[in-house]
Every structure is written in C-alpha cells, then in structure tokens.
Write a protein that binds this ligand. Sequence first.
Ligand SMILES: [Zn+2]
Ligand SMILES: [Zn+2]
Length: 393
Amino acid sequence: MDKVFAKANEIFDEIVEIRRDIHMHPERGHQEFRTAGIIREKMKEYGVDEILTPTETSTIAVIKGRKGPGKTVGIRADIDALPVTEDTGLEFASVNEGVMHACGHDLHASMMIGNAKILCDMRDDFAGTVKVIFQHSEEIQPGGSREILATGMLDDCDAFFGMHVQPTEGDVGKIMIKSGPVCTSGDMVHIDVHGKGGHGSQPHKANDAILAACQLNVLFNQIQARNVDPMEVAVLSINTINGGLAENIMAGECHLSGSPRAYNPEVRQTIHDKMIEICKGVEIFSGCKIDCDYTFGYDAVINDNDLFQTVIDDWTKCLGEDFFAIMEKPQTFSEDYSFYSTKTGKPSVMFFLNGGHMRDLATLHNAKCSFNEECIPYGMTAMSHAALAFLAK
Ligand SMILES: [Zn+2]
Ligand SMILES: [Zn+2]
C-alpha cells in the first residue's frame, strides 16, 4: 500500500474525532477561536517546526523536510462556518444555534490537521518546506486569504494547493480535478436609482425609479448577449429589486443588487465597464440619478496546467488511475483560494473530494448537508501527495 495512504488510514479515527468536535462547535469567520485553539494544540503535539499566527484565528504550520533545503509549498484549508441552522439530525450536530459547518470546512480543517501529522512523520522522505495553512473566514467577503497573504508569511511559497469537499450521490473518496478554470470570480453590485416620486396618474411630472430599474436589468442581460464571446461564461444575475410605496404612488427610489461571475478576467472587466455605461445611459433618458457600486470580490480560480500535470502523474503512479477523475466542467461558485495565486503570481491547483452523504443528500450551504467520513483518508492522501510531488519535482 502507498505509504501516505497507509498513514492516512492509521490516523483515521483520530481525525474523525477532531472533525466531529469541530462540526459540533462551528464558528463564523474571524470568530474561529476555539477551532484555532484545537489546530494550534495539535500542531504543538505533532511537533511541527514552527507555528505562525498571521491573524487571531488563522494558523500556518511550517514543516521542514530532512532531505535538505528546497522549494516551499503552501497547502490550504479554510476553517469557518455559515449562518445556517443545522437540520441533519446527526449526533454530532452543531450546538451553536444558527451556525453550521454547511460547507464542509470542518472536514477541510480536520483533514489538514491530518496532513500536518502525515508530513511531520515523513520528514525524512522529502526536501524543502511545507506550509500548512489553516485559513479563517472564507465565507465572508473580502476573504481571509487576503489578510494572510498581506502579512508576507507566504511570500516564500513556490506553489499552492487547495481542496474542497462536495456532497455527492456516490463515488465516496474519488478526487475530481481539471486544468484551467475551476471556480468563477464573485463580484457584488449594488445600484441605487434616485428618481422623483409623484402621483401614479401623472407620470410626466415624476421620474419613475422602478421603470429605470427594470430597464437596467433588461439591458444588463445584453452584456452577455452582445459584448461577450459566446464561448466565454458571464453570469450576471440581478437578485434583488426593491422600490415603491403603494400602487398609486410613482416610485422615487429603487434598489437593485446582484452578483456578476466570470472565469476570464477580461470578461469580468467587460461586465463591470458595460454595467457602468448602461447606468449612465439609463440615467440620461430616465431623468433618475443612478449610483452603481461595483465591488470586485473573489478572483476566479484557475488551475495551472504544469502543476496539474505534476499532480495527476504522481497520483497515477502512486495511487492508480482510479484514484481520481477529470472534471468535465468547472464549478460555478467562487472561492477566496484564488488569491493565493493571483496575489502572488505563483501557480496553484484546487481539486475536489467526493464526500458522499451521511444522511439526506443536500447541496453545500444547505441545512441538511452531510458527508460520509469515509472520504477523509482519500482527501488527506491527495493533498499530502500533491505537496510531496511538487517538492520532489
Ligand atoms: Zn461555502
Ligand atoms: Zn467552502
């Protein structure tokens, strides 16, 4: 049996126990004090070479190989939970009312604790350094990764790996991976339309904010249809629209918000630029003043092709070709993991772990989301192997 996979199976019970403890006590972004306490305690116990604390609740464990100096690789797990009231019925369900690990970050944190143990035990087998990153606040924009990167503590990393678990019908433990785009960028737009209210019977004496808002929404859809290459992805959904006081009063104010997404940074910029232009155009002919507040959120996650090849060659050789599968399509959600690459210019790869389900099958962020813990050794094996493969190359 592969050495890493054997070690991952040896520590399975310990990691499950840690996972259930973290699952039972979920904490939201910037409040992961208990979780960080468990992580730091375990890193001390395993005897990592150094424990860095870039922020109050994030941790970087440094593990140095004994085969000599070499490259440095960062492997990242996010550790925060969501404002969801758990409805899984699990015996280790959340005891923190209104907070739940509904995105599997309890699994990410515990598997990464396991990776630290595996890599500490294998120091004689590699040259170079692994930085094991336990990142806070992935679920809350602008994302904890930006804060960690701003400390400069990861400036020496030559590459990064990240992983996300997914609830799946079956195929528990299978790793899903692809080259190129894997997650979209995730931006936020808030638009205030300031018109002039009036009597519903006298539209010519008012500036209707609702009609202007409707025009904005329709014209935004033209961006994808007429300004973006049909082979590219641009998702531009306006998801809230609020305005008006009563059926006989012409609305003076209306507010819209939405979340533009794209894989290609140029498409993302086009969406931004055209939205601003459309707002200016509607402003002119509606007579309303339109304030468009567009915030660039998470970047798209783009997997580096060379790093992807290194990893799948290693997995194929050491774990067999059934260990993983190539994803046909990227994900449509966003991840602040993107910044490890876009803010450093270093290559990165993110892959996905089929997590099955323990109770009902439900999506990420759903109150019924659960996972089959049998996926744990596979997730740890994939990540430790990816780090070792990069350092050995
Ligand atoms: Zn999430
Ligand atoms: Zn997540």
